[in-house]
Design a protein around this ligand. Structure first.
Ligand SMILES: Cc1ncc(COP(=O)(O)OP(=O)(O)O)c(N)n1
Ligand SMILES: Cc1nc(C(=O)O)sc1CCOP(=O)(O)O
Ligand SMILES: [Mg+2]
Length: 211
């Protein structure tokens, strides 16, 4: 069965990645360039600080009808009325999230091992983050890069929406989509760009060429 996940360009944003520019401004520029879903990922904030950032970002995203996904923190996701949450193998498992957050509309789950594709956590998830496609300095505690061959293999096994993450940029966007991704998730190629709007537009146009 095909699952509904209409998004193509997924911004994963943090204050640190925005290099001194206001996070909400970078998010807004990225949306103008073609980002259509955003994850707030603050690995070092306490819950209250994370929550305030989430509520503030939510106020921007509502103007554009862009969904907010919260990384890891279920309390922040619930209290900010986020659209969903993204979790990995070190976080609360998707089945536990479903039990305690019935209103969750989009649950993302990171895939680091092929055997995860047949577990109950994958079954209950709305999309899979393919973690990582290529090694990246932005997140170094990863297992192994899947590469395009790994992505093709996963595509042949599951019909779940696949979000490719890890060093995604305008140069590789076309090839990654052709290898089976439904959506690309980006941190540095947009948040760290001199012009986040232009950077997002270039990636988006290469995604559109591939579909
Ligand atoms: C879209 C997307 N895919 C994968 C990840 C990584 O999640 P996780 O493995 O839980 O690692 P952290 O991001 O929590 O460090 C993601 N965040 N988003
Ligand atoms: C948040 C995240 N998760 C990853 C994973 O492999 O699960 S890689 C990553 C960071 C991606 O950053 P950039 O676009 O700068 O490479
Ligand atoms: Mg996590």
């Amino acid at each position: 069965m095909k699952h509904v996940f209409p998004y193509r360009l997924y911004l994963v944003i943090s204050e640190e990645a925005c290099k001194g520019r206001p996070l909400n401004d970078v998010a807004e520029m990225a949306i103008r360039g073609g980002v259509d879903i955003i994850q707030l990922r603050e690995k070092f904030d306490d819950t209250e600080t994370f929550l305030q950032k989430a509520i503030s970002l939510q106020n921007v995203l509502r103007k554009y009808n862009v969904p907010l996904i919260i990384n890891d923190n279920l309390e922040v996701a619930k209290r900010s009325n986020a659209y969903g949450i993204h979790v990995g193998n070190s976080d609360s498992p998707p089945t536990a999230i479903r039990e305690s957050w019935a209103a969750c509309q989009c649950l993302g789950y990171s895939i680091e091992y092929l055997k995860q594709l047949v577990n109950k956590e994958t079954l209950t998830s709305d999309y899979l983050g393919i973690s990582p496609i290529f090694d990246t300095l932005t997140k170094q505690d990863t297992v192994t890069q899947w590469g395009l061959a790994g992505l093709r293999q996963i595509r042949s096994i599951t019909e779940k929406p696949l979000v490719a993450i890890g060093n995604m940029n305008a140069q590789n966007a076309y090839d990654v989509m052709k290898a089976g991704a439904d959506c690309l998730a980006v941190v540095s190629a947009i948040c760290g760009a001199a012009n986040p709007e232009k950077a997002a537009r270039e990636i988006r146009s290469n995604i559109e060429r591939a579909i």
